[in-house]
Design a protein. Structure first.
Length: 421
Protein backbone atom coordinates (compact mmCIF):
# COMPACT_ATOMS: atom_id res chain seq x y z
CA UNK A 1 0.00 0.00 0.00
CA UNK A 2 1.43 3.36 -1.09
CA UNK A 3 -0.25 6.74 -1.26
CA UNK A 4 0.37 10.47 -1.12
CA UNK A 5 -2.11 12.67 0.71
CA UNK A 6 -2.29 16.23 2.00
CA UNK A 7 -1.57 16.37 5.71
CA UNK A 8 -4.67 18.53 6.34
CA UNK A 9 -6.90 16.09 4.43
CA UNK A 10 -5.75 13.13 6.49
CA UNK A 11 -5.87 15.14 9.72
CA UNK A 12 -9.50 16.09 9.03
CA UNK A 13 -10.41 12.43 8.66
CA UNK A 14 -8.61 11.53 11.88
CA UNK A 15 -10.29 14.35 13.81
CA UNK A 16 -13.73 13.16 12.76
CA UNK A 17 -13.28 9.63 14.07
CA UNK A 18 -11.55 10.37 17.38
CA UNK A 19 -14.87 10.33 19.22
CA UNK A 20 -15.87 6.99 17.69
CA UNK A 21 -12.72 5.00 18.42
CA UNK A 22 -12.97 2.59 21.36
CA UNK A 23 -10.86 3.84 24.28
CA UNK A 24 -11.38 1.03 26.80
CA UNK A 25 -9.04 -1.45 25.09
CA UNK A 26 -11.61 -4.26 25.15
CA UNK A 27 -10.27 -5.28 21.72
CA UNK A 28 -6.90 -3.85 20.60
CA UNK A 29 -8.01 -3.48 16.98
CA UNK A 30 -10.87 -1.16 18.02
CA UNK A 31 -8.30 1.41 19.16
CA UNK A 32 -7.21 1.58 15.52
CA UNK A 33 -8.67 3.11 12.41
CA UNK A 34 -8.89 1.20 9.14
CA UNK A 35 -7.22 2.80 6.11
CA UNK A 36 -8.27 1.41 2.72
CA UNK A 37 -6.42 2.83 -0.30
CA UNK A 38 -8.26 2.47 -3.61
CA UNK A 39 -8.42 4.15 -7.00
CA UNK A 40 -10.59 7.12 -5.96
CA UNK A 41 -8.89 7.88 -2.64
CA UNK A 42 -8.50 6.48 0.85
CA UNK A 43 -11.34 5.32 3.07
CA UNK A 44 -11.02 5.97 6.81
CA UNK A 45 -13.20 3.82 9.03
CA UNK A 46 -13.62 3.68 12.81
CA UNK A 47 -15.99 1.69 15.01
CA UNK A 48 -16.53 0.63 18.61
CA UNK A 49 -18.97 -2.12 17.49
CA UNK A 50 -21.96 0.08 18.35
CA UNK A 51 -21.13 3.19 16.32
CA UNK A 52 -19.29 3.30 13.02
CA UNK A 53 -18.06 6.13 10.79
CA UNK A 54 -16.66 5.97 7.27
CA UNK A 55 -15.41 8.73 4.97
CA UNK A 56 -13.58 8.92 1.64
CA UNK A 57 -10.65 11.36 1.36
CA UNK A 58 -8.67 12.58 -1.65
CA UNK A 59 -5.33 10.86 -2.13
CA UNK A 60 -2.99 9.85 -4.93
CA UNK A 61 -2.94 6.07 -4.54
CA UNK A 62 0.08 4.40 -6.11
CA UNK A 63 -0.54 0.95 -4.72
CA UNK A 64 -3.92 -0.15 -3.28
CA UNK A 65 -4.04 -1.86 0.08
CA UNK A 66 -5.27 -1.58 3.63
CA UNK A 67 -4.01 -1.49 7.21
CA UNK A 68 -5.21 -0.56 10.69
CA UNK A 69 -3.17 1.97 12.68
CA UNK A 70 -3.49 3.48 16.14
CA UNK A 71 -6.02 6.31 15.84
CA UNK A 72 -4.54 8.27 18.73
CA UNK A 73 -0.87 7.97 17.75
CA UNK A 74 -1.49 8.73 14.09
CA UNK A 75 -3.55 11.77 15.08
CA UNK A 76 -0.79 13.02 17.42
CA UNK A 77 1.81 12.65 14.66
CA UNK A 78 -0.27 14.56 12.12
CA UNK A 79 -0.97 17.40 14.56
CA UNK A 80 2.76 18.06 14.90
CA UNK A 81 3.53 17.97 11.19
CA UNK A 82 3.54 21.14 9.07
CA UNK A 83 1.16 21.53 6.14
CA UNK A 84 1.89 19.91 2.80
CA UNK A 85 1.84 16.41 1.36
CA UNK A 86 3.02 13.26 3.08
CA UNK A 87 3.73 9.75 1.84
CA UNK A 88 2.28 6.70 3.59
CA UNK A 89 3.81 3.32 2.78
CA UNK A 90 2.95 -0.05 4.30
CA UNK A 91 5.67 -2.67 4.30
CA UNK A 92 6.09 -6.17 5.70
CA UNK A 93 4.61 -7.24 9.03
CA UNK A 94 2.17 -4.28 8.99
CA UNK A 95 4.83 -1.61 9.51
CA UNK A 96 3.73 1.77 8.16
CA UNK A 97 6.17 4.54 7.23
CA UNK A 98 5.09 8.19 7.17
CA UNK A 99 7.42 10.53 5.30
CA UNK A 100 6.76 14.28 5.52
CA UNK A 101 9.64 16.46 4.39
CA UNK A 102 12.63 15.63 6.56
CA UNK A 103 10.46 13.87 9.17
CA UNK A 104 9.92 10.13 9.13
CA UNK A 105 7.79 7.98 11.43
CA UNK A 106 7.44 4.20 11.55
CA UNK A 107 4.49 2.72 13.42
CA UNK A 108 3.23 -0.83 13.57
CA UNK A 109 -0.36 -1.69 12.77
CA UNK A 110 -2.64 -4.70 12.69
CA UNK A 111 -3.92 -6.62 9.65
CA UNK A 112 -7.03 -5.14 8.08
CA UNK A 113 -8.59 -8.61 8.11
CA UNK A 114 -9.02 -8.29 11.89
CA UNK A 115 -11.10 -5.12 11.61
CA UNK A 116 -14.92 -5.41 11.86
CA UNK A 117 -16.74 -4.57 8.63
CA UNK A 118 -19.47 -1.95 8.55
CA UNK A 119 -22.87 -3.04 7.22
CA UNK A 120 -23.77 -2.28 3.61
CA UNK A 121 -26.16 0.68 3.51
CA UNK A 122 -28.36 1.81 0.62
CA UNK A 123 -29.41 5.43 0.07
CA UNK A 124 -33.05 4.46 -0.41
CA UNK A 125 -35.29 5.02 2.60
CA UNK A 126 -33.30 7.95 3.99
CA UNK A 127 -35.17 11.15 4.93
CA UNK A 128 -33.66 14.56 4.01
CA UNK A 129 -33.19 16.88 6.99
CA UNK A 130 -32.59 20.58 7.52
CA UNK A 131 -29.05 20.56 8.91
CA UNK A 132 -29.27 23.78 10.94
CA UNK A 133 -32.61 22.77 12.44
CA UNK A 134 -31.37 19.31 13.43
CA UNK A 135 -28.32 20.80 15.16
CA UNK A 136 -30.67 22.96 17.23
CA UNK A 137 -32.86 19.99 18.16
CA UNK A 138 -29.83 18.02 19.34
CA UNK A 139 -28.43 21.02 21.23
CA UNK A 140 -31.71 21.54 23.06
CA UNK A 141 -32.12 17.91 24.14
CA UNK A 142 -28.74 16.21 24.44
CA UNK A 143 -27.84 17.89 27.74
CA UNK A 144 -30.66 16.00 29.46
CA UNK A 145 -29.61 12.51 28.31
CA UNK A 146 -28.15 10.24 30.99
CA UNK A 147 -24.41 9.66 31.22
CA UNK A 148 -23.49 6.08 32.21
CA UNK A 149 -26.82 5.81 34.02
CA UNK A 150 -27.59 2.41 35.55
CA UNK A 151 -30.95 2.61 33.77
CA UNK A 152 -29.52 1.74 30.37
CA UNK A 153 -32.30 3.20 28.23
CA UNK A 154 -31.83 6.68 29.75
CA UNK A 155 -28.38 6.89 28.14
CA UNK A 156 -30.06 7.27 24.76
CA UNK A 157 -31.90 9.92 22.77
CA UNK A 158 -35.42 9.05 21.61
CA UNK A 159 -35.90 9.91 17.92
CA UNK A 160 -39.42 9.94 16.47
CA UNK A 161 -40.25 10.52 12.80
CA UNK A 162 -44.00 11.08 12.35
CA UNK A 163 -45.64 11.32 8.93
CA UNK A 164 -49.04 12.93 8.47
CA UNK A 165 -50.57 14.55 5.38
CA UNK A 166 -47.36 14.00 3.40
CA UNK A 167 -45.33 15.95 5.96
CA UNK A 168 -42.74 14.51 8.33
CA UNK A 169 -42.04 15.78 11.84
CA UNK A 170 -38.83 14.97 13.70
CA UNK A 171 -38.96 14.91 17.50
CA UNK A 172 -36.05 14.33 19.90
CA UNK A 173 -36.47 13.47 23.59
CA UNK A 174 -33.76 13.18 26.23
CA UNK A 175 -33.93 12.46 29.96
CA UNK A 176 -31.70 11.19 32.76
CA UNK A 177 -34.60 10.56 35.13
CA UNK A 178 -34.22 13.97 36.82
CA UNK A 179 -34.81 16.26 33.85
CA UNK A 180 -36.50 15.97 30.49
CA UNK A 181 -36.03 17.79 27.18
CA UNK A 182 -38.33 17.56 24.16
CA UNK A 183 -37.83 19.38 20.85
CA UNK A 184 -39.44 18.91 17.45
CA UNK A 185 -39.32 20.32 13.94
CA UNK A 186 -41.33 19.84 10.77
CA UNK A 187 -39.10 18.67 7.93
CA UNK A 188 -39.29 20.45 4.61
CA UNK A 189 -39.32 17.24 2.57
CA UNK A 190 -42.56 15.63 1.46
CA UNK A 191 -42.94 12.06 2.64
CA UNK A 192 -43.49 9.28 0.11
CA UNK A 193 -46.45 6.91 0.20
CA UNK A 194 -44.20 4.09 1.38
CA UNK A 195 -42.89 6.00 4.41
CA UNK A 196 -44.17 4.51 7.72
CA UNK A 197 -46.52 6.80 9.62
CA UNK A 198 -44.30 6.72 12.69
CA UNK A 199 -40.77 5.52 13.35
CA UNK A 200 -39.38 5.44 16.88
CA UNK A 201 -35.79 4.64 17.75
CA UNK A 202 -33.42 5.21 20.66
CA UNK A 203 -29.85 6.10 19.70
CA UNK A 204 -26.86 6.21 22.09
CA UNK A 205 -25.77 9.60 23.41
CA UNK A 206 -22.38 9.10 21.78
CA UNK A 207 -24.00 8.68 18.36
CA UNK A 208 -25.98 11.89 18.82
CA UNK A 209 -22.75 13.72 19.74
CA UNK A 210 -21.03 12.52 16.58
CA UNK A 211 -24.03 13.40 14.42
CA UNK A 212 -24.01 16.91 15.88
CA UNK A 213 -20.29 17.32 15.11
CA UNK A 214 -20.83 16.31 11.48
CA UNK A 215 -23.78 18.70 11.12
CA UNK A 216 -21.75 21.60 12.50
CA UNK A 217 -19.17 21.21 9.73
CA UNK A 218 -21.42 23.05 7.29
CA UNK A 219 -22.29 22.18 3.69
CA UNK A 220 -24.06 19.05 2.55
CA UNK A 221 -27.62 17.75 2.81
CA UNK A 222 -27.97 15.40 5.79
CA UNK A 223 -30.02 12.22 5.40
CA UNK A 224 -31.29 9.96 8.17
CA UNK A 225 -32.91 6.54 8.11
CA UNK A 226 -33.53 3.48 10.25
CA UNK A 227 -33.47 -0.27 9.80
CA UNK A 228 -34.60 -2.83 12.35
CA UNK A 229 -31.51 -2.35 14.51
CA UNK A 230 -29.51 0.50 12.96
CA UNK A 231 -29.63 4.26 12.51
CA UNK A 232 -28.04 5.51 9.27
CA UNK A 233 -26.85 9.09 8.85
CA UNK A 234 -25.24 10.42 5.65
CA UNK A 235 -23.75 13.81 4.90
CA UNK A 236 -21.22 15.01 2.31
CA UNK A 237 -19.82 11.56 1.57
CA UNK A 238 -19.64 10.62 5.25
CA UNK A 239 -21.54 7.69 6.71
CA UNK A 240 -22.40 7.33 10.39
CA UNK A 241 -24.19 4.22 11.63
CA UNK A 242 -25.30 3.39 15.14
CA UNK A 243 -26.82 0.33 16.73
CA UNK A 244 -30.22 1.17 18.21
CA UNK A 245 -30.79 0.73 21.94
CA UNK A 246 -33.33 -1.85 23.08
CA UNK A 247 -35.91 -1.09 25.75
CA UNK A 248 -39.04 0.93 26.53
CA UNK A 249 -38.64 4.69 26.87
CA UNK A 250 -40.45 6.41 29.79
CA UNK A 251 -43.84 7.99 29.12
CA UNK A 252 -42.38 11.48 29.07
CA UNK A 253 -45.60 13.21 27.99
CA UNK A 254 -47.16 12.75 31.42
CA UNK A 255 -44.33 14.75 33.02
CA UNK A 256 -44.93 17.92 31.00
CA UNK A 257 -47.64 20.03 32.68
CA UNK A 258 -50.39 21.65 30.65
CA UNK A 259 -49.92 25.37 30.29
CA UNK A 260 -53.50 26.18 31.34
CA UNK A 261 -52.81 24.66 34.76
CA UNK A 262 -50.12 27.25 35.50
CA UNK A 263 -51.77 30.42 36.88
CA UNK A 264 -48.85 32.37 38.38
CA UNK A 265 -46.46 34.00 35.89
CA UNK A 266 -43.07 35.60 36.43
CA UNK A 267 -41.05 37.35 33.71
CA UNK A 268 -37.32 37.81 34.27
CA UNK A 269 -34.28 38.64 32.16
CA UNK A 270 -32.49 35.47 31.04
CA UNK A 271 -28.98 36.82 31.67
CA UNK A 272 -29.95 38.29 35.05
CA UNK A 273 -31.42 34.98 36.22
CA UNK A 274 -28.49 32.97 34.87
CA UNK A 275 -25.92 35.22 36.52
CA UNK A 276 -27.70 35.24 39.88
CA UNK A 277 -28.03 31.45 39.83
CA UNK A 278 -24.33 30.97 39.15
CA UNK A 279 -23.37 33.24 42.04
CA UNK A 280 -25.82 31.88 44.59
CA UNK A 281 -25.10 28.26 43.63
CA UNK A 282 -21.48 28.66 44.77
CA UNK A 283 -22.66 28.15 48.36
CA UNK A 284 -25.25 25.47 47.63
CA UNK A 285 -24.75 21.92 48.87
CA UNK A 286 -22.42 20.01 46.59
CA UNK A 287 -24.63 16.96 45.98
CA UNK A 288 -27.97 18.68 45.47
CA UNK A 289 -27.06 22.20 44.23
CA UNK A 290 -30.34 23.30 45.82
CA UNK A 291 -31.36 26.95 45.38
CA UNK A 292 -34.56 28.34 46.90
CA UNK A 293 -36.56 30.83 44.83
CA UNK A 294 -39.02 33.20 46.51
CA UNK A 295 -41.33 35.28 44.32
CA UNK A 296 -42.96 38.47 45.56
CA UNK A 297 -44.39 41.54 43.85
CA UNK A 298 -41.69 42.91 41.54
CA UNK A 299 -38.82 40.76 42.79
CA UNK A 300 -37.37 37.26 43.04
CA UNK A 301 -35.01 36.25 45.86
CA UNK A 302 -32.52 33.42 45.38
CA UNK A 303 -31.11 31.70 48.48
CA UNK A 304 -28.69 28.86 49.13
CA UNK A 305 -26.88 27.60 52.19
CA UNK A 306 -24.16 25.13 53.05
CA UNK A 307 -23.58 24.14 56.71
CA UNK A 308 -19.83 23.92 56.07
CA UNK A 309 -19.37 27.30 54.38
CA UNK A 310 -22.33 29.66 54.83
CA UNK A 311 -25.17 31.05 52.74
CA UNK A 312 -25.86 33.34 49.78
CA UNK A 313 -28.78 35.59 48.84
CA UNK A 314 -29.44 37.68 45.74
CA UNK A 315 -32.47 39.66 44.61
CA UNK A 316 -33.51 40.03 40.97
CA UNK A 317 -36.14 42.39 39.57
CA UNK A 318 -39.04 40.61 37.86
CA UNK A 319 -42.53 41.27 36.53
CA UNK A 320 -44.82 39.52 39.00
CA UNK A 321 -47.97 40.70 40.74
CA UNK A 322 -49.29 37.57 42.42
CA UNK A 323 -49.20 36.26 45.96
CA UNK A 324 -45.77 35.40 47.48
CA UNK A 325 -44.57 31.93 46.49
CA UNK A 326 -41.49 29.90 47.41
CA UNK A 327 -40.10 26.96 45.47
CA UNK A 328 -36.66 25.52 44.70
CA UNK A 329 -34.60 23.76 42.05
CA UNK A 330 -31.30 22.07 41.43
CA UNK A 331 -29.27 25.05 40.19
CA UNK A 332 -27.16 22.99 37.80
CA UNK A 333 -30.20 21.58 36.04
CA UNK A 334 -31.77 25.03 35.76
CA UNK A 335 -28.53 26.50 34.38
CA UNK A 336 -28.37 23.73 31.78
CA UNK A 337 -31.81 24.75 30.54
CA UNK A 338 -30.97 28.46 30.50
CA UNK A 339 -27.83 27.63 28.53
CA UNK A 340 -29.85 26.36 25.55
CA UNK A 341 -32.62 28.95 25.70
CA UNK A 342 -32.90 31.71 23.09
CA UNK A 343 -34.25 35.19 23.72
CA UNK A 344 -33.59 37.91 26.27
CA UNK A 345 -36.35 37.15 28.78
CA UNK A 346 -37.83 34.06 30.41
CA UNK A 347 -41.37 33.57 31.67
CA UNK A 348 -41.90 31.16 34.56
CA UNK A 349 -45.41 29.79 35.04
CA UNK A 350 -46.59 27.69 37.98
CA UNK A 351 -49.62 27.03 40.14
CA UNK A 352 -48.37 26.06 43.62
CA UNK A 353 -44.92 25.69 45.23
CA UNK A 354 -45.04 21.94 44.63
CA UNK A 355 -46.49 22.00 41.12
CA UNK A 356 -44.39 21.80 37.94
CA UNK A 357 -43.07 25.08 36.56
CA UNK A 358 -43.23 26.05 32.89
CA UNK A 359 -40.48 28.23 31.42
CA UNK A 360 -41.18 30.09 28.19
CA UNK A 361 -39.06 32.20 25.87
CA UNK A 362 -40.39 33.17 22.46
CA UNK A 363 -42.17 30.14 20.97
CA UNK A 364 -40.27 27.64 23.10
CA UNK A 365 -41.57 26.09 26.32
CA UNK A 366 -39.69 24.43 29.17
CA UNK A 367 -41.15 22.73 32.24
CA UNK A 368 -39.48 21.97 35.55
CA UNK A 369 -40.32 20.23 38.78
CA UNK A 370 -39.58 21.54 42.23
CA UNK A 371 -36.50 20.26 44.08
CA UNK A 372 -38.26 17.70 46.26
CA UNK A 373 -39.20 14.04 46.20
CA UNK A 374 -42.86 14.86 46.78
CA UNK A 375 -43.23 16.52 43.40
CA UNK A 376 -42.36 13.52 41.24
CA UNK A 377 -45.44 11.40 41.85
CA UNK A 378 -46.86 12.02 38.38
CA UNK A 379 -43.73 10.46 36.87
CA UNK A 380 -43.88 7.30 38.96
CA UNK A 381 -44.99 4.34 36.94
CA UNK A 382 -45.32 6.39 33.77
CA UNK A 383 -42.62 4.36 32.05
CA UNK A 384 -44.84 1.32 32.34
CA UNK A 385 -47.74 2.97 30.53
CA UNK A 386 -48.08 3.15 26.77
CA UNK A 387 -46.90 6.29 24.99
CA UNK A 388 -49.43 8.56 23.28
CA UNK A 389 -48.89 11.26 20.70
CA UNK A 390 -48.39 14.75 22.07
CA UNK A 391 -50.95 17.39 21.09
CA UNK A 392 -48.63 20.26 21.97
CA UNK A 393 -47.62 22.76 19.31
CA UNK A 394 -44.59 24.02 21.21
CA UNK A 395 -41.31 23.51 19.43
CA UNK A 396 -39.40 22.44 22.53
CA UNK A 397 -40.09 21.53 26.13
CA UNK A 398 -37.98 20.73 29.15
CA UNK A 399 -38.95 19.08 32.42
CA UNK A 400 -36.52 18.96 35.32
CA UNK A 401 -36.76 17.23 38.67
CA UNK A 402 -34.49 17.84 41.61
CA UNK A 403 -31.44 15.74 42.30
CA UNK A 404 -33.04 14.30 45.42
CA UNK A 405 -35.94 12.76 43.53
CA UNK A 406 -36.06 9.15 42.35
CA UNK A 407 -38.29 8.99 39.25
CA UNK A 408 -39.69 5.57 38.50
CA UNK A 409 -38.36 5.24 34.98
CA UNK A 410 -38.07 1.85 33.37
CA UNK A 411 -34.97 0.05 34.59
CA UNK A 412 -33.13 -2.04 32.08
CA UNK A 413 -29.88 -3.90 32.40
CA UNK A 414 -27.23 -2.86 29.97
CA UNK A 415 -27.24 -5.10 26.95
CA UNK A 416 -24.07 -7.16 26.45
CA UNK A 417 -21.71 -5.93 23.76
CA UNK A 418 -22.51 -7.47 20.41
CA UNK A 419 -20.35 -8.04 17.41
CA UNK A 420 -20.61 -5.41 14.73
CA UNK A 421 -22.83 -6.77 11.95
Amino acid sequence: MKLRIARDELLTGLQRVQGVVEKRNTMPVLSNILLEAKADGVDILATDLEIGMRGLYKAAVREPGSITLSARKLYEILKELPGGDLDLTVGENNWATIQAGKSQFKIVGLPSSEYPAMPAIEREGLTPLAGVGLVELIRKTLFAVGDNDARYILNGLLVTLTTAEKKTTLRLVGTDGHRLAVAEQELGATASKDTPREIKAIIPKKAAHEMRHLLEEGDGEPLIGFTKNLMIFRKSGLLLTSRLMEGNYPNYQQVIPKEKEQEKRVMVGKQELEGALRRVAVLSRDKTNAVKLTFARGRMTLFSNNPDFGEATEEVSVRYGGEPLTTGFNARYLLDVLGVMDGESVTLQMDTPLSPCLLRTGCTTWSMRRWTTASTNTWRGSARRSRSRSTSTAASRWSITGAASRPGCTRSRKSPRRKWP
